[in-house]
Design a protein around this ligand. Sequence first.
Ligand code: NAD
Length: 472
Amino acid sequence: MKRALFYLITLSILTLGLTQCGSNTKETGKPYSIVDNAIVFDEPERIEGQKSVLQFSVDPIDTVRIGFIGLGMRGPDAVNRMTYIKGVEVKALCDLFPERVENVQKNVLEKKSLPRAAEYSGEEGWKELCQRDDIDLVYICTDWKNHVPMAVYAMQHGKHVAVEVPAATSIEECWQLVDVAEQTQRHCMMLENCCYDFFEMTCLNMAQHGLFGEVIHGEGAYIHNLEPFWEYYQGNWRLAFNQEHSGDVYATHGLGPVCQVLDIHRGDRMEYLVSMSTPSINGKKLAKKMMNVDTFANGDMTTTLIKTNKGKTILLEHNVYTPRPYNRLYQLTGTEGFANKYPIEGFTLKGENLPEGMVPDHEKLDYHDWVPQHIKDSLLTVYKHPIVAEIEELAKEVGGHGGMDFIMDYRLIYCLQNGLPLDQDVYDAAEWSCIGELSAASIENNGMPVKMPDFTRGDWKKVDGFQLATKK
Ligand SMILES: NC(=O)c1ccc[n+]([C@@H]2O[C@H](COP(=O)([O-])OP(=O)(O)OC[C@H]3O[C@@H](n4cnc5c(N)ncnc54)[C@H](O)[C@@H]3O)[C@@H](O)[C@H]2O)c1
């Protein structure tokens, strides 16, 4: 009897101890556990036969044959941009609605005297598009929830994939993209166009030339009042998603360009984040008006702070509801200098680090202020990224957010045509997209730290620094 009592007490103490230092996913009812006061999502093992796609490349594809899925507000411009690139064929077009397909046939392909593309429509038409054997690349511009099912199916049918932002909406979906890319050995690039904006490309080049010293902190945001757009998303998919999800659901525009400067998974990695959000006031009003519902999960303003393995920090903001000027922040703080894009574009730099001849009197450069306009202009010229210099004129003519979208498409095709690794790999897609669910988990637990999954499964130190590949 005494012994039984002893076992009972010991078992109770052990159980109590275990629940205090960690609760498993079953207890939280969520896809994560809480261990030592941090949220930890499960990290699946790499299955046998699956191979890393870090620095992955395929044989050169001289003519890149593309099938497009999703021809709403974003898709038709993507088709149009691709018609300006040599060695591209628009093979197939797909949307829920045949009239959207016809619109692109007429207003893009016919206008440029290009052959009509094969047409698909309806809920499942995209599957037939992916099954074709004359397509190299499937380019996805649908609502967020369709991205991963379509990307996975396309890769499983031998196609490379380019998918709009965010590539995935949950941690489970991020792993699916990584695993299927590794299993099928196909490219899966997220179309993070903000990495290719002119100022960001110049700053990347300046950072890589050491002008900012060691970059220790970066900031990025998606602050864009979407009021004029809400009613145009097909079937209200975007507001419906935000109505159900808290967190920074659209983090990639702010995060992508900063991660490239910080060499994320090319020597450093994002290790954990904390996130907080305000109440939803305008979001709730919108949801009442457009969906006749009384709840709205997404806070009007969401702020997330990320820490990297090397101890660097990244601040992210998301707000698509309140009146504010458009802002992606894009800010780099380095030991020797500073760059900022919104709302004031400029640099603060130590004069002695500037190229010879740029500053006649180094003593006169005030480190407390922006560099004067003429020095900023010189920096933008001298450090213009060589890739931008190569294609700038055409990019500005074709457009797409002022040209950055075209530079992105141009780079995607250039790398495929030259058998090079793509600028953004599937690990970038997963790392930048996973912020949505991770920040939601932190918010739902009073700002508790969340461990970020290592989608490279330990390979993040293997590549030394981020590079945009060019042919030798
Ligand atoms: N990178 C950028 O700057 C940028 C800008 C805008 C939008 N986007 C992204 O582009 C994507 C599309 O956004 P949008 O504004 O064009 O939305 P949208 O609602 O205007 O267009 C989505 C299109 O997908 C189609 N679609 C939905 N389900 C489909 C299916 N089963 N088969 C075929 N087609 C289907 C719809 O009919 C619609 O035409 C989103 O992921 C969004 O985040 C990116």
